[in-house]
Design a protein around this ligand. Structure first.
Ligand code: ADP
Ligand code: MG
Length: 256
């Protein structure tokens, strides 16, 4: 692997947008670049596992990006690092021109700017669908009634308005993922990061979830979706391929 995808054959990165030029900690609203990772590395087990090796990537506002690659290639690590769930050992990640650095600032981004969807949904089993969607709003300034109303609207928007009071165990896997998507939208994030969101779903249910992503994208959300599925990748505007901790292909980037 290493020989095949060593530095010589790795994708050559050309900056597409201006986030990396923004001064440290200055938010640049005019920037089209929503996320910019610069020379990011992440290793595990005291450096024995190099999950990401000097990766640079930029995500433009409104893009729908698919991330593909073999199992163990570093896709989840990349998503976690650009989503502020994990910190790189080296390199920088900017969100809307702001360096993602301080724990408080990361908390804020995770709460209000970034929505996450995972293969295993991670719904709280003791809470109803409705309560699960309200959960991320608890720290917002919304009154309880507004929280409830918003969660209801979100669940209706993903076709789950008739299952508000169901516990996750009483829902099908596809329905659980719908609830998880509604939850990811709770605080109106700018970007949804999804890690194999259709990995546990049959193909018809997976298609329905993809239709939902299409409508989120049409509504202006930026989407970054890790997938093994060609169908998912085909719906995205841009496909990034990760191998052995590096981006080896990124052929159709949008112009900033
Ligand atoms: P992918 O999502 O493409 O399957 P990951 O980003 O999950 O890949 O993992 C990349 C590499 O890092 C793999 O070799 C994996 O075993 C390793 N890895 C991921 N998370 C950890 C961890 N918490 N501790 C040790 N190794 C890890
Ligand atoms: Mg993964």
């Amino acid at each position: 692997m290493k020989e095949r995808f060593g530095n010589d054959s790795a994708f050559i990165f050309f900056p597409r947008c201006d986030a990396k030029l923004a001064p440290r900690n200055i938010v640049s609203d005019s920037s089209q670049c929503l996320i910019s990772a610069q020379h990011v590395s992440r290793s595990y087990d005291d450096g024995q596992v190099q999950a990401l090796r000097d990766v640079s990537v930029e995500i433009v506002r409104g893009e729908y990006v698919a991330v593909t690659g073999p199992s163990g290639s570093g896709k989840s690590t990349l998503l976690n690092v650009i989503g502020g769930l994990d910190r790189p050992d080296q390199g920088q990640v900017y969100f809307a021109g702001q360096l993602m650095e301080q724990p408080q600032q990361l908390d804020q981004l995770r709460r209000s700017e970034i929505g996450y969807v995972f293969q295993s949904f991670y719904l709280l089993p003791t809470l109803t669908a409705w309560e699960n969607v309200q959960l991320p709003m608890l720290e917002s300034s919304l009154a309880a009634r507004d929280r409830q109303q918003k969660a209801k609207q979100l669940l209706m928007s993903v076709g789950m308005g008739h299952r508000l009071n169901h516990l996750p165990t009483k829902l099908s896997v596809g329905e659980r993922q719908r609830v998880a998507i509604a939850r990811s939208m709770a605080n109106d994030p700018q970007v949804i990061l999804a890690d194999e969101p259709t990995g546990n779903l049959d193909s018809k249910t997976g298609q329905e979830i993809l239709d939902l992503f299409d409508s989120l994208h049409a509504a202006g959300k930026t989407l970054v979706v890790i997938t093994h599925s060609h169908e998912v990748a085909a719906r995205a505007q841009r496909m990034i391929e990760v191998r052995d901790g590096q981006i080896v292909s990124d052929p159709t980037p949008l112009q900033a």
